[in-house]
Design a protein around this ligand. Structure first.
Ligand SMILES: Nc1nc2c(c(=O)[nH]1)N[C@H]1C(S)=C(S)[C@@H](COP(=O)(O)OP(=O)(O)OC[C@H]3O[C@@H](n4cnc5c(=O)[nH]c(N)nc54)[C@H](O)[C@@H]3O)O[C@H]1N2
Ligand SMILES: Nc1nc2c(c(=O)[nH]1)N[C@H]1C(S)=C(S)[C@@H](COP(=O)(O)OP(=O)(O)OC[C@H]3O[C@@H](n4cnc5c(=O)[nH]c(N)nc54)[C@H](O)[C@@H]3O)O[C@H]1N2
Ligand code: SF4
Ligand SMILES: [Mo]
Length: 552
């Protein structure tokens, strides 16, 4: 008899809800969770290939310690006890000699990040960093500078939009199932998609209009759009009067940036630019100037992302049906927040971050994500202090950080490289120790909060037993901590302990996930009142075009 297991895909970082059919402790079939609106059973090709990953016999199957030079591929198979003891002993020596801050932990943000951050606080290191600055850090800063919210706290109402403009947001290839389904539904109802890219992508082929732009000149296009929108008074006057601060300064700033000027910069005819401004304005506020996803392409990204958000502000589409919205969490749904282990009391950490993020060097970068671009520099120059150990968990610094050769050379200087991975990635191959994680079908993880217009909770459940001698990262990290006498910060034995802890204040039990694999925290759509109720987190409580954060 096949058993149904509701879980969360992890063939890519998007994490779509899935239903897994299991027979005799083996996965027979994976599909999208049919109960989730917008997913409706759908899955992408990569998600279906989860079966192949499960049966892959070329992935790391047991803990390994390096025996030859770094990257030589010479390993010895060891027990978990040996591997964990080895890592803990090395860390003890490094921390004793150089302090907790000499250990850095790089990870792609994931469901157990609150546990990794707990580990770092417990050892006295400020140096947990994520992929964010490699992916969308400038977008994060742009949103904070204008509204006080990070990009992660903003959502896109694809399903109700009437007009959406995408700048290299190659959504039909860099997939996310639910947004795509919602967007396709909107397009069937008549929504227009305008796509701007130097390259004809699949998304371009699905667009109503495709504008081929010269690379790196989107900012010029946007200044001309803003110029036109202000000159022709195409903006949402009521909204702008109520919520936008600094319109005069903006107007003066964009004065020279005419469509004709932008045509010379971008290669897009001036008449097309004017048409775009007029068409978008006619659909307002159900219009989206998509602010992008990956935003680390060009040096002017921060200003480009700000200009995109400003276009939405002028359309009155921030906190509008069919536009953008601030994601509402459990609290907005009248619940308590999800609990995180990182909220415990830890000894105070005095050292600054290794990557300058949030202080003197990069004062406006988000210090809760850090700045991996500084990793090689910090190691090589011992600036601001020696960095001696790297733990890479679900993170591939040798491919994701620019100038891989420099990173590799810098890593040579480390006393310890640990990879917690499911593959022989480049960093795993270069590590001193591989601690193999069980893949997402073989493990359960911390619960997921999906904030949005209707906040929900999701659960990754274990579908089958691990094929090999692998463990979940939440257990691996605790077991290293125990060997450093820091076990008290990890008061759990099983995943159920973690779930129960997380749910303490939510008014939800684990059993509530059984029927559909997720829990809806409200059936209301939580949009704020556009007249009175938008809670911008800037000093003025408005969208600040002249940003106090940027000025500081
Ligand atoms: N299949 C798959 N899906 C994924 C991921 C994955 O690895 N694989 N990764 C996920 C992640 S982490 C992210 S960040 C997103 C990324 O999602 P996207 O940012 O949508 O994806 P990219 O494929 O990087 O597409 C960037 C597009 O920008 C265009 N481009 C380059 N320079 C310019 C320019 O100057 N102006 C304009 N207008 N366009 C330009 C490129 O030609 C390309 O088509 O995808 C997510 N989804
Ligand atoms: N040249 C170049 N650089 C880029 C980009 C680009 O397009 N081109 N894109 C940028 C962007 S948008 C991003 S988001 C970053 C992405 O950079 P990373 O966050 O480093 O992402 P991935 O390449 O997905 O690598 C993730 C690692 O996680 C491992 N992994 C996968 N699943 C699991 C799991 O369940 N458990 C564990 N423990 N490990 C797992 C994989 O084997 C891999 O080694 O790269 C950025 N850098
Ligand atoms: S986009 Fe595809 S691979 Fe990524 S989580 Fe969703 S189903 Fe899985
Ligand atoms: Mo990304």
């Amino acid at each position: 008899m096949a058993k149904e297991v509701y879980s969360i895909c992890f063939m890519c970082t998007v994490r779509c809800p899935i239903r897994v059919l299991v027979e005799n402790d083996d996965v027979k079939w994976i599909e999208g969770n049919p109960h989730v609106p917008g997913i409706d059973g759908a899955l992408c090709a990569k998600g279906s290939a989860g079966l192949a990953l499960l049966h892959d016999d070329q992935r790391p199957q047991y803990p390994m310690i390096r025996t030859g030079p770094r990257g030589s591929g010479e390993w010895k198979k060891v027990s978990w006890n040996e591997a964990l003891d080895y890592v803990a002993d090395k860390l003890k020596g490094i921390i004793k000699e150089h302090g907790g801050q000499s250990v850095v932990f790089g990870e792609r943000t994931n469901l157990n990040t609150h546990i990794s951050k707990t580990f770092m606080k417990a050892i006295g290191s400020p140096n947990h960093f994520t992929h964010d600055a490699l992916c969308k850090g400038s977008l994060n800063t742009a949103w904070r500078s204008l509204t006080g919210f990070t990009d992660a706290q903003v959502g896109v109402d694809y399903g109700n939009t009437k007009y959406i403009v995408m700048y290299g947001r190659n959504i039909f290839e860099a997939l996310e199932i639910k947004p795509i389904n919602n967007l396709l539904n909107a397009m069937e109802k008549g929504a227009k998609l305008i796509y701007i890219d130097p390259r004809i992508s699949i998304t371009a082929t699905k667009a109503d209009r495709y504008l081929m732009i010269r690379p790196g000149t989107d900012l010029a296009l946007n200044y001309a759009l803003i110029h036109t929108i202000l000159k022709e008074r195409l903006y949402d006057m009521q909204y702008v009067r109520r919520w936008v601060k600094g319109l005069k300064e903006l107007q003066a700033f964009v004065e020279p940036y005419t469509p004709e000027w932008a045509e010379a910069e971008t290669g897009i005819p001036a008449a097309e630019i004017v048409t775009l401004a007029r068409e978008a304005a006619a659909a307002k506020p159900a219009v989206i100037f998509h602010y992008g996803y990956r935003s680390a392409h060009h040096p002017n990204e921060i200003h480009l992302r700000r200009s995109l958000i400003i276009l939405n502000a002028l359309m009155g589409s921030i906190e509008a049906k069919g536009g953008l919205f601030f994601k509402k969490g459990p609290k907005a749904a009248g619940r308590g927040d999800i609990r995180k282990y990182v909220e415990q009391e830890f000894p105070k950490i005095k050292a600054p971050r290794f990557d300058g993020s949030g202080h003197d060097q990069f004062p406006i970068a988000d210090a809760s994500h850090g700045n991996p671009q500084m990793l090689a520099h910090a190691i090589v120059n011992e600036d601001p202090y020696p960095v001696r150990a790297l733990i890479a968990n679900r993170f591939e610094p040798l491919q994701s950080i620019p100038d891989a050769a420099a990173t590799r050379k810098a890593l040579d200087k480390l006393d310890l490289i640990v990879a917690i991975d499911i593959n022989f990635s480049e960093i795993a191959w270069y590590a001193d120790v591989i601690l193999p994680e069980s893949i997402y079908l073989e493990r359960a993880d911390s619960l997921q909060v999906i904030s949005g217009l209707k906040p929900q909770l999701y659960r990754r459940q274990q579908a089958v037993s691990p094929r090999y001698d692998t463990r979940p990262a939440w257990l691996i990290i605790k077991q290293i901590a125990q060997r450093l006498d820091l076990g008290k910060y990890f008061p759990y034995e099983t995943i159920e302990d973690i779930w129960n802890f997380q749910l303490q204040d939510m008014g939800v039990t684990i059993e509530d996930f059984d029927a559909k694999g997720f829990v809806a925290l409200t059936d209301q759509t939580l949009l704020w009142d556009r007249e009175k109720g938008i809670k911008f987190k800037t000093p003025s409580g408005k969208i600040e075009l002249v940003s106090a954060l940027m000025e500081s």
